[in-house]
Structures are given as structure tokens and as C-alpha cells.
Design a protein around this ligand. Structure first.
Ligand code: MLT
Length: 381
């Protein structure tokens, strides 16, 4: 009988939310919920005693590579802490001092480090699809920590966990995602996931930020009028203006934006937030540009879930790493050839793998099925 895999998660990679089913998202969030007590390094008593916080370390002796080829504060730190709190060893790849600078390709870099023994690669890259290409090239798990303006699945999943905590559900909500949608992988992953969970997403921003969305494989609702849509909103997610991507992605000369006009129409102030539904929450993936897309009063105010998002991030990444590596283990178990497989005995018969404990007794007594068969034919020869 085929071995049963745990219901709900069978993927060894986490590359995006476009491909995930609602049930898989729920499964991962439920797993993350269980890790939440460890997301802030709980069990101080154990830590003081020099013991690991999560006994017995479900990923003990595993190795995770943080392959970040773009800047990161939260995501890299969060993946590192998540892996370490599960007992894994983390290798922090430094792109700026690596052989990428000597023109080694990303895939060669990944394959070479994997040849030293890896269980997972966490990759952030400025090229769309880079994590998918690495996943094709290696055997271990690959988790996308953000590729260009394409996807950032663990960010969206941590947003969902924070929303579920603060609002009690993920279904039937209206979520405004406001700002530089065009360059945002966070907006895209959130749209894919929230739509699957039965919520409505409205992308809000000035026209230049709502262009270039043709790559999105889901219906997109947009508005240029934040004040008009706020009364419908249960959650408002503010985005940073990604100046560093403007020139690269929008030739020639980048996006023309008058920052004072932008603030007047889109900055989330306390007055503006008061137009949203009662109890609406404020989200931001970070890094925050205070005084541009959001005021201090809102970022640090009672409706802000921003730091809770960061805490949820560690739990989500603990869940993602353990589920993906769990699926990898099952694949390795199935794929691993038995040491005896392919070996031929002197009489030309294939060498059969050692039998189970039960079978060994039969073999000793000369009763193994294979042995019996071969014995009979050679006796007859
Ligand atoms: C990202 O990596 O996409 C961030 O979390 C959002 C940003 O950089 O503004």
C-alpha cells in the first residue's frame, strides 16, 4: 500500500502563491500558528540554560542556504531565525563577495553550494523567475524570498496570519493595497492568495503605479481614489515607493512622480484612516518610509499591525521550511536507490536488497521468495 503523505502539503518548493490552492495556504497558516510561540524566541528559561528553544529541533543537522542577491533586513533575518529555531544550520551567502562577481552564473553557484550538502535554498533575486530556475537546477527545496516585482510568497503568508489574528478570518474582507503596485511583488502575492481565500483586493495608487500589471494572472481591481474606497476597507496595506526599480523597469527615465502630490492623495494619515471601517487594520511589508506613504502616528498607532506582521513572519517561515523539507525528505526516501540496487551477483542474477526483519528470518532458513526461486532453477540446471 502506498505510504500516506500528510494531508495538505506535498510541495518541496515554495515559489509563489499563484500556484497554491486555498487548502494549502490554510494548511501552512495552521502550521505557522503552532510555531508562533517560538517566533519571538519563547522559552527564555531553556535559552538561559543553553538549550535550544524548540526541543528536539525538527530540522536538527539540516543546512539552509540564504542566497540573497538583493538587500534585505526583515526577510533574511526572519528566515535565519526561523531555520535556527528549528535547529538547522544556516549559511549566509554574501553575494557582494562571492564568485557571482567573477561571472559565475547563479545556477552554477547554487549547484556548487548544493554539492556540499543542502536541504533548502532561500533565494532573493532581482530577476523575475530566478528562484524557479534554481528550483529546476537543484535537488533540494527552494523557497522564494522575493523575485523582482513578481512574487514574495512568505511575505503574503505572514500578512495573512497577521490579518487572521487581528480580524479573526481571511474570508469576505476588503483589503486595499496602496502605492507602488507596479513594482511590488508583495502586492501580487497578496492578490493571488487573498482572492483564493475569498477576499476582495483593490490596488490603489496614481496611474503610473497602476500600469504594467499585465503579468498578473488574476482579475485585478484598481482605483486611483483612496479616500473613496477606504469606507469599504477592513485592512489597508501601504507600500513603499520602490525608487530603486523605477529606472530599471520603466525606461526611459523612470516613473514621473511629484512626491508632494503623492502624499496629498495617498499618504495614510490618522484623518484618512478614520474613513476606513471601524477596527480596520494597517499593514506594511516594510521597510517603511515614514512621512512618505505613512505618518508616524498611523505606523505606531493602535490600528497598526506592522510589528505583529514581522513576528508572524518567523512563524510562517518556520512552517514553510519544515513543510517543504518534510516533502523533500519523502521525495528523497522514494528516490534513494538501495545500495544493492543494480549490483549483479556472480551467477548473473540481480543482488536483492536485504530483507526486512521478518524476511531475514525466512532467508536464514533458506525460505526467501527470491532465494527459493533462484535455488530451484540452479538446482534444476
Ligand atoms: C520586498 O522585498 O518586496 C519588501 O518586503 C517590500 C519593499 O521592499 O518595499
Amino acid at each position: 500500500m502506498a505510504k500516506k503523505t500528510p494531508a495538505g502539503w506535498t510541495r518541496k518548493h515554495l515559489l509563489g502563491l499563484e500556484d497554491l490552492e486555498a487548502g494549502e495556504i490554510r494548511h501552512l497558516l495552521d502550521a505557522a500558528e503552532k510555531f508562533l510561540p517560538y517566533a519571538k524566541g519563547a522559552r527564555p528559561a531553556r535559552a538561559l540554560a543553553g538549550k535550544p528553544p524548540v526541543p528536539p529541533g525538527p530540522l536538527a543537522n539540516r543546512t539552509v542556504l540564504n542566497l540573497f542577491c538583493e538587500d534585505s533586513t526583515r526577510t533574511r533575518t526572519s528566515f535565519t531565525l526561523a531555520a535556527e529555531r528549528l535547529g538547522a544550520r544556516v549559511v549566509e551567502f554574501q553575494a557582494a563577495t562571492s564568485s557571482l562577481k567573477k561571472n559565475e552564473s547563479l545556477l552554477d553557484t547554487a549547484r556548487n553550494i548544493e554539492a556540499m550538502g543542502l536541504d533548502a535554498i532561500v533565494i532573493r533575486h532581482s530577476d523575475r523567475g530566478a528562484p524557479h530556475a534554481v528550483a529546476e537546477a537543484v535537488q533540494c527545496s527552494v523557497l522564494n524570498a522575493g523575485d523582482d516585482a513578481h512574487e514574495h510568497p512568505t511575505q503574503a503568508l505572514l500578512d495573512f496570519l497577521a490579518i487572521r489574528h487581528k480580524l479573526g478570518r481571511l474570508e469576505g474582507l476588503t483589503v486595499a493595497i496602496v502605492g507602488d503596485i507596479r513594482h511590488s511583488r508583495v502586492a501580487r502575492s497578496n492578490l493571488y492568495g487573498l482572492a483564493k481565500m475569498g477576499s476582495r483586493v483593490i490596488f490603489v495608487g496614481p496611474p503610473p503605479f497602476l500600469e504594467g500589471l499585465g503579468d498578473i494572472a488574476a482579475p485585478v481591481e484598481t482605483s486611483t481614489d483612496l479616500d473613496a474606497i477606504l469606507p469599504d476597507c477592513d485592512a489597508v496595506m501601504m507600500l513603499r515607493v520602490q525608487f530603486e526599480r523605477h529606472e530599471r523597469n520603466v525606461p526611459p527615465g523612470g516613473v514621473a512622480l511629484d512626491l508632494e502630490d503623492y502624499k496629498r492623495a495617498y499618504q495614510l494619515t490618522a484623518k484618512r484612516l478614520a474613513r476606513a471601517k471601524r477596527g480596520a487594520i494597517v499593514l506594511h511589508p516594510g521597510p517603511i518610509n515614514r512621512g512618505l506613504e505613512i505618518t508616524d502616528q498611523v505606523a505606531d498607532g493602535p490600528q497598526s499591525a506592522i510589528l505583529h506582521q514581522v513576528t508572524c513572519g518567523v512563524a510562517v517561515r518556520m512552517a514553510a521550511l519544515s513543510l517543504c523539507i518534510g516533502a523533500l525528505d519523502r521525495e528523497r526516501k522514494i528516490a534513494r536507490p538501495h545500495p544493492a540496487q543494480g549490483l549483479i551477483q556472480s551467477d548473473g542474477a540481480p543482488l536483492t536488497p536485504p530483507l526486512s526483519h521478518k524476511g531475514r528470518g525466512r532467508q536464514k532458513r533458506g525460505l526467501s521468495r527470491e532465494g527459493r526461486g533462484r535455488g530451484k532453477s540452479s538446482a534444476g540446471a
